[in-house]
Design a protein around this ligand. Structure first.
Ligand SMILES: Nc1ncnc2c1ncn2[C@@H]1O[C@H](COP(=O)(O)OP(=O)(O)OP(=O)(O)O)[C@@H](O)[C@H]1O
Ligand SMILES: [Mg+2]
Length: 170
């Protein structure tokens, strides 16, 4: 997964049309960037594609599954749990928790020491944060926090990564 096809999407906020007639096709194994002025609706469109917001018109397909914007809460939760990862502009970290927790979303063992996790080590190396797993997120710089957010998406092995300005602080 995942090929994403969107047809004729529209989003309103109250009476105001944020965008309309947006159709796009994102092939599997590709990276697509949405580019546009501030306030033009990039985050809103990303939220529609990630099933965080229901478009006011139009339809979305994942790998040929039609009308995923009408999936039940349960199907959407499964998609978020198993397939999708979100990297947010504001990092989306739990500031009081460690880097390791923020990447893996697993608490350390009751002995307070995490068993060695080579996937975690490898992921932190990829984002340039080797050896930082036990630091609390609150002490990291903006760019380091953003890299922890990226590491979380990579660690999860998501097949579909929705990133909102993931390099704004790098
Ligand atoms: N929940 C909401 N309530 C009110 N207005 C909203 C809401 N969501 C989006 N908007 C409005 O929709 C417009 C598009 O917002 P959006 O965040 O999608 O823009 P953007 O292209 O991501 O901008 P930026 O580059 O600044 O992040 C903005 O004018 C915003 O105020
Ligand atoms: Mg935005």
């Amino acid at each position: 997964m995942t090929e994403i096809v969107a047809k004729n999407l529209k989003a309103n906020v109250g009476q105001r049309v944020i965008f309309e007639q947006v159709s796009l096709s994102i092939p599997d194994r590709s990276i697509v960037a949405l580019v546009g002025p501030s306030g033009s609706g990039k985050t809103t469109l990303l939220n529609c594609l990630g099933l965080l917001r229901t478009p006011d018109q139009g339809t979305i397909e994942f790998d040929g599954h039609q009308a995923v914007e009408r999936w039940s809460d349960r199907s959407r939760r499964e998609f978020w749990r198993d397939k999708a990862a979100f990297i947010y502009q504001d990092y989306g970290l739990i500031e009081d928790e460690t880097v390791a927790y923020n990447v893996t979303l697993r608490t350390p063992s009751i002995f307070g020491r995490r068993r060695s996790d080579s996937k975690l080590e490898q992921t932190l190396e990829t984002v340039g944060l080797s050896g930082r797993e036990n630091e609390r997120a609150v002490v990291l710089s903006g760019g380091e926090k953003q890299r922890v957010g990226i590491a979380r998406a990579l660690y999860k092995g998501a097949t579909c990564i929705f990133a909102d300005e993931p390099t704004a602080s790098l």
